[in-house]
Design a binder for this molecule. Structure first.
Ligand code: HEM
Length: 475
């Protein structure tokens, strides 16, 4: 009898477990689940369980993977890498709407993917949220380093370094030695920034410039890791994998050197491959500057074709090919809802090669920037400007765009004005470096041998030296 009662209780328990709980669960699931939110996310390509769209973006450079996805599934997409939501924008119209109407909302680059890092940490500038601290830092940076008046004060410094850059190339040309254009440009930019920020150039004997170049290369590789980590750090953290360790860097300084020198390398590669462009550039420089003095930054406003060449190099080969941001609040864009905390990837590479916005988008045609002088209406001009995203956009756009363009313009100007360039083979190999990277770089170094053009005597000890002494004393 006791055994039977025991058996009944056991059966009751089994019955409850097998039938009652699942019924209760289904009841709760169907009747008490959260009401479905009535918003549409942007369209999404087919995804895989757990990893989401990861498999679509690991085959080559980030911007190329994104471009491939956009051309197949659309220019405004919602992706998921593990559980991290990302909105991918490759449409100039959507980018325009975002930077026009939601600039404040996307003026944050997202949480730091690194345990504790002085470069990108809250004490840094690039990673700082757009709050009081960032505004304060921006004010200082513009007033002391990158604003028009600050740049005017340090013009002499750049002139001296440009002459040094020319002398160094001339020295190599006389010895018939080859140079790597990117390295030379990097040395020019780093030496100039060193002098602009610390008041003294790097010591040639101690190879300070070389050390900064090495630091810059290390920084770029760190940036590649960082950008990858930015996308993958949340899922990897869950697996107990830490992507990056603490690093101490001069963020402003080092990133600027790499972006300017890399753009110079791309521009020279395009010029060497297009002899007609080289010829036209030379004609312009010779007629405006002449052959008795070196081209300098004050000439740039009178050299529209040189400026157009720089812009075209930036359009086709934007160093920061993908602009990463984060939506701090939920918002509606193009009729779709974007939830708070969603990462934003604006593919400036794809936008600046969009066939609806640019004629012959993959061709190097500097002339396209010469026609924009027609009288645009203000709104039209802004929209046009936002199709050119080489320096990003909005309040977090590059504050060094003027200085960067000046570096590239004067370096290219000197190289075209004073030298002929010989390369191995007929054409420069324009292949891009591959791998999971946000930054665009030439796959192979741009090695070429300069030979001096028939120029009249260029002043070796220049007005720049005196000018610099005077200016530095007044900073
Ligand atoms: C050709 C040269 C350059 C290129 C192509 C370039 C490109 C860029 C891009 C694409 C961004 C991201 C913008 C965004 O998120 O919307 C950026 C940000 C930035 N760049 Fe540049 N840059 C160049 C030169 C420079 C120079 C010379 C400096 C300073 C010396 C500089 C300082 C910065 C800083 C501080 C930021 C972060 C701005 C912020 O977060 O508020 N850049 N740059």
């Amino acid at each position: 009898m006791t055994a039977m009662v025991h058996l009944d209780i056991q059966n009751c328990l089994i019955f409850t477990l097998v039938f009652l709980f699942p019924t209760l669960f289904l009841f709760v699931f169907f009747f008490f689940k959260e009401p479905k939110k009535s918003f549409d996310l942007p369209p999404s390509p087919p995804s895989l369980p757990i990893i989401g769209h990861l498999h679509l973006i690991i085959s080559s450079s980030m911007h190329k993977c994104f471009q491939k996805i956009s051309s197949k599934y659309g220019q405004f997409l919602h992706l998921r890498i593990f559980h991290v939501p990302i909105v991918l924008v490759s449409s100039p119209t959507v980018a325009y709407e975002i930077f026009k109407a939601h600039d404040t909302n996307v003026s944050y680059r997202g949480p730091i993917a690194i345990d504790e890092c002085i470069v990108f940490g809250s004490s840094g500038y690039i990673r700082a949220p757009s709050g009081d601290y960032w505004r304060f830092m921006k004010k200082i940076i513009m007033a002391k380093a990158l604003g028009p008046q600050a740049l005017e004060r340090t013009r002499g410094v750049r002139l001296v370094e440009l002459e040094r850059f020319h002398r160094n190339l001339l020295d190599k040309a006389m010895k018939k030695e080859s140079v790597e254009v990117g390295e030379e440009a990097m040395r020019l930019v780093n030496n100039t920034l060193g002098k602009m920020s610390m008041g003294s150039s790097f010591s040639v004997e101690d190879n300070d410039g070389g050390k900064v170049c090495e630091l810059s290369v290390a920084f770029t590789s760190l940036c590649h890791k960082f950008c990858v980590a930015q996308v993958f750090h949340k899922p990897l953290e869950k697996l107990g994998i830490s992507f990056l360790k603490k690093d101490v860097m001069e963020e402003l300084f080092v990133g600027a050197g790499d972006s300017s020198s890399s753009t110079t390398r791309w521009a020279m590669a395009e010029i060497i491959n297009n002899p007609k462009i080289l010829e036209r550039l030379r004609e312009e420089i010779d007629s405006v500057v002449g052959k008795n003095r070196l081209v300098q930054e004050t000439d740039l406003t009178n050299l529209p074709y040189l400026q157009a060449v720089v812009k075209e190099a930036l359009r086709l080969h934007p160093v920061g090919a993908v602009v990463p941001r984060e939506f701090q609040e939920g918002c509606t864009i193009g009729g779709f809802y974007i939830p708070e905390g969603t990462s934003l990837a604006v593919n400036s590479y794809a936008i600046m090669r969009d066939p609806d916005s640019w004629e012959d988008p993959c061709k190097f045609k500097p002339e396209r920037f010469l026609t924009s002088s027609r009288s645009w209406k203000e709104e039209e001009r802004k929209e046009q400007a936002l199709k050119f995203l080489a320096f990003g956009a909005g309040r977090r756009g590059c504050p060094g765009s003027n200085l960067g363009s000046t570096f590239v313009g004067t370096a290219v100007g000197v190289m075209v004005q004073c030298f002929d360039w010989e390369i191995e083979g007929d054409k420069v190999n324009m292949e891009e470096a591959s791998g999971l990277r946000f930054f665009m770089a030439l796959a192979k170094p741009l090695k070429c041998t300069p030979s001096p053009r028939n120029m009249n005597h260029l002043p070796s000890d220049s007005r720049g030296q005196d000018y610099t002494r005077f200016q530095l004393a007044n900073i």
